[in-house]
Design a protein around this ligand. Structure first.
Ligand code: ADP
Length: 517
């Protein structure tokens, strides 16, 4: 977001610098036009190809429309360039005075219409059928549309509206085109900013913003004269617009690749940790289950004894049976907890709102915090972008961190006791969650081994919680760290990469129910 704002300010600054020279004509620069057209065509075609392949993976209709928009824009460029008066005369091409301007208006008005469809289409809306077929149909549809529209223009090139006075100057009639196109660009920008579905929308807005500046320079500030300094400066803005999404997609691909490598390493570590953890885990399961089992046997014996008396004590026997039921539930919870942490179902990932997961974690921790007189504070960033992740695992991470904070605060003795959970959207497309407490602080002896397995200072503690947190966060492509808080207490931070293209789908299940099962 910050990068997008900085680029738009840069674009406006460059516009201001170029203004005093905008109307100055240039001579002999027509020969650059084919190179400019080729660059625009290649940039837009590659962007369309990348967007189509992204659609192949994500299958959201909106991406298909955006890809089709870029393809449309790219396919109109070659004929536009070939028809330019005076540029390809040597090849014997003469398509009259008006053809170039009419083809330009087709491109100017067509592209924002595709963007309008993209903006109105839900980012979660999945295209039906196999993606290959949808891509094929879109490419064919766009090619046919461009071919028939261009064919119509070329067949009637002597009867086209008089947009141009001569090879360089426009007529008054032309000004309807840029004003209509800028209206459409503006409408698209407002819609995209209003809906703010994904980071990609911000970059599309920036593309439209550059196109607005391009049109301003070409049709107004450059004196509406072809090949003036303003006209060429406008073309540079056109090139920036054509390359922006391509650059974003390429940098996202590189980032994804780096994250994938990180995730593979983290998963390898998880597997190793799992093996080490098995032994301790089985000991802990035995301990956790043995306790209720032993208590069940004792209570069953007691109930039998109460019933075997000459005058059976039904009330006491009933109380013992109730304790058996409670112990049964306790054992069941232990098993469900272990299953939720290590089961296969926790591998599924979807775009999710981290703020919701944080609120869920605090809601489940609230009764215990209340019992110890600890105030739980929530400071959520409403502009937090979605992340791709597993809601159940991330909920476990947050519950671990909050439960540790409760343990630290209740043993800290300080009053008022509080725990604050903060979410923030960071630069570089990351989100950060911090869990801060004013408890006992990190024990110095274990400070640099905190995230290792079996490190615990609690009586009966397994020391697996923070290891689990680190495994999950790193497997999500994020980082987790801790720092001591002044004057006392600790802050655990973790960052996760924000989802750039996906929007949030409604969470398909009640996250807390999954954990408490
Ligand atoms: P466990 O909770 O079973 O001890 P964890 O891996 O969750 O295992 O935590 C390891 C240790 O880290 C804890 O025993 C405690 O000493 C320390 N720790 C964790 N969170 C905090 C915190 N918020 N404040 C102080 N110490 C903490």
């Amino acid at each position: 977001m910050l990068a997008a704002i900085a680029i738009s300010l840069g674009l406006v600054a460059a516009l201001t610098v170029s203004l005093p020279f905008a109307r100055r004509p240039t001579h002999g620069t027509e020969i650059i036009l084919p190179a400019y057209a080729a660059a625009t065509f290649i940039l837009e075609i590659i962007t369309a190809a990348l967007l189509f392949s992204l659609f192949n993976a994500q299958r959201t209709r909106a991406l298909l429309l955006l890809a089709a928009g870029y393809l449309f824009s790219a396919l109109t460029v070659p004929t536009w360039a070939l028809s330019f008066p005076g540029v390809f005369d040597g090849l014997g091409i003469d398509l009259g005075l008006q053809t170039t301007a009419v083809l330009a208006s087709m491109r100017r008005l067509g592209f924002p219409l595709f963007i309008l469809a993209y903006a109105l289409s839900p980012l979660c809306g999945q295209a039906k059928g196999p993606p290959g077929r949808a891509i094929g149909i879109s490419i064919l549809g766009v090619c046919l549309a461009v071919a028939s529209m261009t064919g119509l223009v070329l067949a009637n090139y002597t009867r086209l509206p008089a947009f141009m006075l001569d090879g360089r100057q426009v007529n008054a009639l032309w000004f309807h085109v840029p004003s209509l196109a800028m209206g459409l660009y503006g409408l698209d920008i407002v819609l995209l900013l209003y809906r703010r579905r994904a980071l990609l929308d911000i970059w599309v807005c920036l593309v439209l913003f550059s196109l607005v500046i391009e049109l301003l320079l070409i049709s107004y500030l450059g004196g509406a004269i072809r090949f003036s300094v303003g006209w060429w400066t406008g073309r540079i803005y056109g090139l920036i617009a054509a390359s922006l999404i391509l650059l974003v997609l390429l940098s996202e691909t590189t980032r994804l690749h780096a994250r994938l490598m990180q995730t593979i390493a983290a998963e390898r570590r998880i597997r190793q940790n799992r093996l080490i953890a098995m032994e301790a885990l089985s000991a802990s399961i035995a301990h956790e289950i043995n306790q209720p089992l032993a208590s069940m046997v004792t209570n069953a014996d007691a109930a039998l004894r109460w019933l075997a008396r000459q005058e059976p004590r039904i009330d006491n026997a009933e109380a013992a049976l109730r304790r058996i039921v409670d112990d049964g539930h306790r054992a069941n919870k232990v098993v469900a907890g272990i299953r939720a942490t290590f089961s296969k179902g926790t591998q599924e990932r979807a775009a999710l709102k981290l703020n919701t997961v944080v609120s869920d974690a605090l809601r489940t921790a609230a009764p215990e915090a209340g019992h110890w007189g600890i105030a739980l504070e929530l400071d959520l960033d409403p502009t937090l972008p979605p992340v791709i992740g597993n809601a159940v695992q991330l909920l476990h991470v947050l519950r671990n961190l909050v439960e540790n904070a409760i343990d630290a605060v209740k043993s800290g003795g300080e009053r008022p006791r509080h725990i604050r959970v903060t979410t923030r959207a960071e630069a570089m497309g990351e989100v950060r969650v911090s869990v801060e407490d004013n408890g006992s602080g990190i024990p110095r002896a274990i400070a640099d081994r905190l995230f290792d397995p079996f490190v615990s200072t609690k009586p009966g503690g397994m020391g697996m919680g923070l290891m689990f947190c680190r495994s999950v966060i790193e497997a999500h492509g994020g980082r987790i760290s801790v720092e001591s808080r002044d004057p006392r207490g600790a802050i655990f931070h973790f960052t996760l990469p924000a989802a750039i293209v996906s929007a949030v789908e409604p969470v398909p299940f009640d996250v807390s129910a999954q954990v408490n099962r």
